[in-house]
Design a protein around this ligand. Structure first.
Ligand code: CO
Length: 646
């Protein structure tokens, strides 16, 4: 029977993307352990999502398989990396274990701890630190980074490795990033458990100022801000069943994926009697933070926070009144720690409604009759810390059908200590005395698996085209909508063109609206950069997805990550999107997936220091002839502004 009990003891319908329970994870670990070495460590667990075909066309009450995907390291079995991926089927209790051949499994907590211990214990490193006037090692903060595509020549190929940089704190509560130890990089071989090579570019004095940002460290806190309270006396307008949500026509399931972070599954809109599918799956696919500075402290940095660090395994525990304001519903997340024990994050995903100002308004200028409605949106969000940075992923659903992804970037910028007079503002502007911050990019690639009213869709590029001044356009003012079908995968590597208002429209040619036009949604990009690094560089090869704002591929089951599954370390690139797209398959009237890269090029400001006010980037998805008219005419006026009182 396809019914389980939820924590309230009431029956709950089983759905395709139900979140993993602690019990399922424990069972999965127990089934897996006999197949891996005793000292194996875990990185992540997630649900192997049921096949798309099964989800879209399943019979009512069909039981979806519960298969868990574990990723970890197992160094006894293979002398080098020994990364594994295992699929554990809880139904027939089978285990399929696959050794990772291309790339490496991502870095886990034990790798970080090992890198710390190895660096701290190394005499050469200690001497280099002492040479810089730092004697109390307890005040040294270490930051291990992914080794960046190429290992130092002293580290044998296939080994796991990290590059460790260091900072000094005044005391245990200090912000370590205020005082970077310039010029010192420890190349740590995790496989051999040793510091393989110490890169030392010479002593630069520590910057003079601290960078504390906590309230207690500020000379005075302002007293002018009056409190804002959000209250919904009748409760929220959404309903939740497990991880299934319904709100104002929208319905979906959500999950936290080790690489893809917050994912929306089966996003539908209930339109009259019909539950119409829009997206089968929407989530981050990969992201990269390439540095532009030529300084050897930074010129190798291009972290894939999703694929190299499994960012989705460590969501914040969000706090009411701090991270989120109002009538909040929180989802917890269950994963594994490195030891294979269940790791629960309470309040990992926040969901609430926000008033969003004006929805629409018109005043008849003759009769003075006014109609006005207020907009609101459903916010579903999560926040991750990756070293010095925070990334917040915010999905917004609006009453008029608009879907938005907004990434919020905050935390602390990367830093360099610089001697007075040695500044290089074009590569690393000063943000505080003798403290510079290297120029860099944050590029996010979202995978949008559209299924608008069915699996077969077509992608059109639409832009405004100014027409030449001639007999048919004597005033020289005419412009029109130019529509080009993207018919093959190579044709569909596209870039933004804000001057021409370019966007991409996903249509279902097999389903027409009442005007006889195929129903559609558009992907509305922002004016966003692409990867600035050269195509033939390490960054360019490994982060090929970031060279274009749009890619469209045929749907491939389980192909979620733009750099392939395991981009960590020695992965040279070529996996994932470039490979899939190079097949140049037909994508017209096919099951298509859109991959949208967007982000920011960040030239840091003094105002970004010592902690950075949120910077935003993202995209919108909007219905185009999916509905017959403005779908919000039935939104009632607020009681205080019904039209007869105006
Ligand atoms: Co930045």
């Amino acid at each position: 029977m396809n019914v389980s009990l939820n924590s309230q003891g009431t029956s709950k319908k089983a759905r395709a993307f139900d979140a993993l329970t602690p019990d399922e994870i424990q069972k999965g670990v127990a089934l897996l352990k006999p197949h891996i070495a005793e000292d194996a460590t875990f990185i992540s667990v997630c649900l192997e999502e049921p096949k798309k075909q099964a989800v879209q066309f399943s019979l009512k009450d069909e039981q979806f398989p519960r298969r868990l995907v574990f990723v970890g390291h197992d160094q006894t079995e293979a002398k080098v990396d020994g990364g594994f991926e295992a699929i554990v089927d809880l139904g027939n209790e089978s285990v399929e274990l696959v050794r990772i051949e291309v790339g490496q499994a991502s870095i886990n907590f034990r790798d970080v701890v090992s890198a710390f211990q190895i660096t701290m214990a190394d005499e050469g490193w200690q001497q280099a630190v002492n040479k810089r006037g730092v004697t109390n090692l307890e005040l040294v903060h270490l930051e291990p980074w992914p080794a960046g595509g190429a290992l130092h020549e002293s580290i044998p190929s296939g080994h796991r490795a990290q590059r460790v940089i260091a900072f000094v704190k005044e005391d245990k509560t200090d912000n370590p990033y205020a005082r970077p130890i310039q010029g010192l990089i420890a190349h740590v071989d995790l496989t051999d458990g040793k510091l393989a090579y110490l890169e030392d570019h010479g002593v630069v004095p520590l910057p003079p100022e601290g960078g504390r940002y906590d309230a207690a460290s500020q000379p005075k806190l302002r007293e002018t801000l009056k409190s804002i309270e959000i209250s919904q006396p009748d409760g929220a307008s959404f309903t939740v069943d497990g991880n299934y949500v319904e709100w104002e026509g929208f319905n979906f399931q959500l999950s936290m994926h080790p690489t893809n972070s917050l994912v929306l599954h089966n996003l539908c809109f209930r339109d009259g009697g019909e539950n119409r599918l829009i997206l089968h799956r929407a989530g981050l696919s990969e992201m990269v933070v390439p540095y532009g500075d030529i300084d050897p402290m930074h010129n190798w940095k291009h972290v894939f926070d999703a694929g190299e660090l499994s960012m989705g395994t460590s969501p914040h525990e969000l706090k009411l009144g701090c991270d989120c304001l109002g009538e909040i519903y929180y989802f917890s997340h269950h994963g594994v720690n490195w030891n294979g024990e269940v790791q629960t994050t309470e309040n990992a995903i926040c969901m609430h409604e926000e008033d969003y100002g004006l929805l629409w308004k018109h005043r008849d200028w003759v009769t003075q009759q006014t109609e006005v409605r207020r907009s609101r949106r459903l916010v579903i969000s999560t926040i991750h810390t990756v070293g010095n940075y925070e990334y917040g992923f915010f999905w917004y659903l609006y009453l008029d059908g608009t879907v938005q992804m907004e990434v919020k970037l905050t935390g602390i910028v990367g830093v360099s200590a610089v001697e007075s007079g040695a500044e290089r503002p074009e590569f690393a502007p000063l943000i505080a005395p003798n403290l510079a911050s290297p120029i860099h990019q944050h590029l996010f690639c979202f995978r949008l698996d559209f299924n608008i009213d069915g699996p077969k869709n077509t992608v059109l590029e639409v832009e405004a085209e100014p027409l030449p001044m001639d007999e048919s356009n004597p005033n020289g003012t005419a412009f029109r909508s130019k529509v080009t079908a993207l018919d093959s995968e190579l044709d569909a590597r596209r870039d933004c063109y804000p001057q021409r208002s370019r966007f991409w429209k996903v249509v279902n040619p097999n389903k027409k609206n009442r005007l006889g036009v195929p129903v559609a949604w558009k992907l509305l990009p922002s004016a966003t950069p692409t990867l600035l690094a050269d195509e033939s560089s390490t960054f360019g090869k490994r982060a090929a997805f970031a060279k274009h704002n749009l890619w469209v591929t045929r749907f491939d089951e389980g192909a979620y990550n733009a750099c392939g599954k395991f981009p960590n370390l020695q992965h040279e690139g070529g996996e994932g999107l470039p490979k899939w797209s190079a097949q140049d398959r037909n994508i017209e009237n096919e099951d298509v997936v859109l991959w949208h890269t967007f982000g920011v090029t960040h030239s840091p400001r003094p105002e970004d220091w010592p902690v950075m006010p949120v910077e935003y980037c993202g995209f919108m998805l909007q219905p185009v002839g999916f509905f017959d008219r403005n779908p919000t005419l039935d939104v009632p006026p607020n009681q205080s502004c019904s039209s007869d009182e105006v």
